[in-house]
Structure formats: C-alpha cells, structure tokens
Design a protein around this ligand. Structure first.
Ligand code: SF4
Ligand code: SF4
Length: 418
C-alpha cells in the first residue's frame, strides 16, 4: 500500500517537531506490500472480539448474537460455548481463592470500566446523530468553514487531543483497505487516525482484570474524542464517520508508527500500548507521511513479544513473510502473520485483553530517560545491539508483573489510571 502522491489533492503536513531526530519520514511505508495479492479485509473473519471498527449499522447487521462473532466463525459454536464456560469458571475460581489481581474488587472494577465503554459504544452513532448541540453552518444557513489544508489538519488534531486523544495521524482512505461488509461513501477521502494510550500502571498489570481497565478507559477517551470530533467536523459543514477498517493499516499510513512483529502498530513514542480508531471525512486535509525508526531490523532480532506469548500465537521467524497463517490475515503485505484464533481463544478464556506481547515491547516505555532514548536509537541503528538492549530492558524490570504486592498496591494509589 503506498500513498498516491500524484493525486492533485495531496498536500503533506508540516511534521517538524512531531518526532525526535532519529525518526525519519519516508515516502513509502516500511512494510513491503503487493497490490496484486491484496484482498479487501473481512471483519467477520478477523477474530476481533468486539467489532468496534465498524459503523453502528454494520454492527447491527453482522454482530447480533455474540460480540465475538469472528472467533465463533473460526472455532464453531460448540467451542465458543465451552470457552464461555471456561471464562466463567476461571473468574469464579480466582475470586473464591482471593487471588491478588483477580479478587472480587478487581473483577468488579474491570466490569465497571468494560460496561461503561460498551454501553456508550452501543449508542454512539445514535448519539452523534441526535445530540449535535449546535450546527452553526446549518442553523445560520452559511457556507462551510474554509481554511487551508494545513490549518484544517492542525484544527482537527487540536480538537481530538483536547477531547482525550494522545496522538493523531492523517492519511487517505483506500477503499481496498475498508471492511468488505461495510460501505464508505466515496467522497470521504481523508482518514484521521486517533491513538489513545494505556495508563502505565495498567500496562504493568496486563493479563489481569486490573490491566484491562487501562484498555477500557482508553476506549472511553477514544469514544469522547471521536464522537466530539465527528460532531465538530459535521458542525463545520462536512461529513464525518468512523472508518470501518483495520486500524493498524491507517496508523502506519499516517506516520503514527511501523508494523511490528505483533502485526500491529509500534509507535516510536507510545510503543504498542494504545487503542486506535479512524474518522473518515470529506473536509480537505493535509496528510502525514509514513515514518521509519528502524523497527523492521529491530523486530528481526528482538522477538520479545513472541517469546512472552503464553500460547505461541506470534511468529518466531527470523524474517517476515508474504504467506498468511489463515483467512483471518490479509494477504498483500510482507509481515509476521499471527495465529489470531489461538490468541483470541486465550483472551476469551481468560476474560482478559491479555496484551502481554504489547506490554513487554521495549518501545512502549513512556519514561524518557536519556539512557532509554539512547538505547532505542542504538538498537535501531546497530542491529547487533538489539539483543543486548532487550536484555537491558528486562533488567530495568519493565513489562507485566504477577507480584502480589504490586498487584495489591493498585488499591492504595490515588488514581492508577491517570
Ligand atoms: S495478546 Fe496474549 S495471547 Fe495474544 S498474541 Fe499477545 S501475548 Fe499472545
Ligand atoms: S517486542 Fe520486539 S519484536 Fe515484538 S514488536 Fe516490540 S520490538 Fe518488535
């Protein structure tokens, strides 16, 4: 997938100051792609546990009986029922045993954050339609807002960040990169991809009910920022819709990061621990270029995510490949394809996002100590240093923990998700 730079409406954003000096902007994404092999992705085959990257109408059409319909497609109804039972039994047992990180209080907090974001999500499109507080263009009968593309891009970024987004990247909508089950109006040409990061205290406790709350509350921020952004853009006289598409593709195209061994986005600033959602619009915007911070070479040697995966769902290959692992993968790119049903079954059984592979990635540290920045730069530029840096990362004690005292400390903090 490449940006169509000869298309007349393309104008690139001024990206000065967006990244540290060791992140380069590039004309092509760093993952090799082949349009001939590419197919439109299918949400129903993707094993997404909750199909959030769709419009509400699409959701109603194909996600009626179970939120995990993609997983059900691959496993069959009987195995799904067995997984539900395992999930329930595990939750009950851990509560009865009062396991640190899995106590009644921990699980109930998990369900409180999960329930809040699900109920908000269910009504999201209806809310957007019905609760636009003021649409001045319509009410005053005036022309749509007009500004330069640079100004428009700066404006949407400011609005999204003010409402909870951590980062914003802009690219072009590619119809081949939207879910086959959904319709995207042709005039929606611009894709605004929003990243909301997970709280570090949650990342430390990943694969427990407490760790999940970092993901769910990041989704709440996401809902606020995308809902507000859609209302804002519509109020200025343009269209705006959630783009039903695989989100990492748009994050890579818009320069938010590169595709890593997890077959997901790795950002030079946030690593892997974030949620992504894209708003499509017809408002003319300046777009971002993809970036290169040396991740492709780093991932070849690091392998930390794959080594820590409890079910071996990630590739341990030395090189990326063109061969998908199954129909849940989209062909047409050279990457480390994952065994999604294996991963999704494990997450479903655990009743947890798991995300151990994300939490251990050396790039997701939010502290910006000099040593760590230098380490990352060295690792990116001198491939032989990667393994050493990964060892150093382990020594610094990053990544999820099972230590009871750390898990229990959660309830002594003032606000662990801030
Ligand atoms: S989320 Fe967990 S099970 Fe899935 S690939 Fe990552 S580590 Fe493996
Ligand atoms: S853990 Fe290592 S191999 Fe995995 S995505 Fe991060 S940098 Fe790449």
């Amino acid at each position: 997938m490449t940006q169509v730079s000869e298309t007349p409406e393309i104008e690139y954003r001024n990206q000065k100051g967006r990244y540290p000096w060791w992140v380069k902007t590039v004309d092509q994404i760093t993952t090799e792609t082949d349009k001939e092999q590419a197919e439109r992705p299918h949400i129903t085959k993707s094993t997404a546990l909750y199909a959030r990257h769709t419009t509400r109408e699409d959701y109603e059409t194909f996600i009626q009986d179970s939120p995990a319909i993609g997983l059900k497609y691959h496993l069959g109804a009987d195995k799904m029922t067995a997984l539900w039972h395992k999930q329930w039994d595990r939750m009950k047992r851990t509560i009865e045993e009062n396991q640190p990180g899995h106590t009644l209080r921990d699980w109930q907090f998990n369900y409180a954050t999960f329930g809040s974001f699900l109920s908000f999500d269910v009504n999201l499109d209806k809310l957007t339609e019905k609760t636009q507080y003021v649409n001045l263009v319509e009410r005053l009968g005036i022309e749509s807002w007009q500004g330069s593309r640079q100004e428009a891009s700066k404006t949407v970024e400011l609005v999204a960040k003010s409402l909870g987004a951590t980062q914003v990247g802009i690219s072009l909508v590619d119809p081949q990169l939207t879910y086959a089950e959904a319709q995207v109006p042709e005039e929606l040409k611009y894709a605004i991809t929003i990243a909301c990061d997970w709280a570090p205290e949650g990342i430390k406790r990943m694969n427990t009910p407490l760790g999940d709350t970092a993901v769910f509350t990041a989704w709440l921020r996401m809902e606020k920022s995308t809902w507000g952004l859609k209302n804002f853009i519509r109020g200025l006289g343009y269209q705006a819709k959630i783009l039903p598409a695989p989100q990492p593709a748009y994050a890579v195209l818009s320069g938010l990061g590169e595709l890593g061994r997890t077959n997901r986005l790795v950002s030079p600033l946030l690593g892997t621990t974030m949620n992504l959602l894209t708003v499509a619009t017809d408002m003319p915007l300046a777009i971002d270029k993809p970036i290169d911070f040396g991740l492709q070479e780093f991932c070849k040697r690091c392998k930390k995510c794959a080594e820590h995966c409890p079910v071996g769902a990630l590739s341990m290959d030395n090189e990326p490949s063109w061969e998908p692992k199954g129909e849940w993968n989209n062909p047409g790119k050279k990457t480390y394809f994952e065994d999604s049903p294996k991963c999704a079954s494990y997450c479903f059984r655990q009743s947890s996002v798991c995300a151990i592979c994300f939490a251990v990635c050396p790039w997701n540290k939010q502290d910006k100590t000099l040593l760590h920045d230098v380490s990352k730069v060295l690792g990116a530029k001198l491939p032989f240093a990667t393994k050493l840096l990964v060892k150093m990362d382990d020594m610094f004690g990053y990544g999820p923990t099972k230590k009871p005292d750390v898990l229990e400390k959660w309830w002594k903090m003032d606000s662990p998700l801030k």
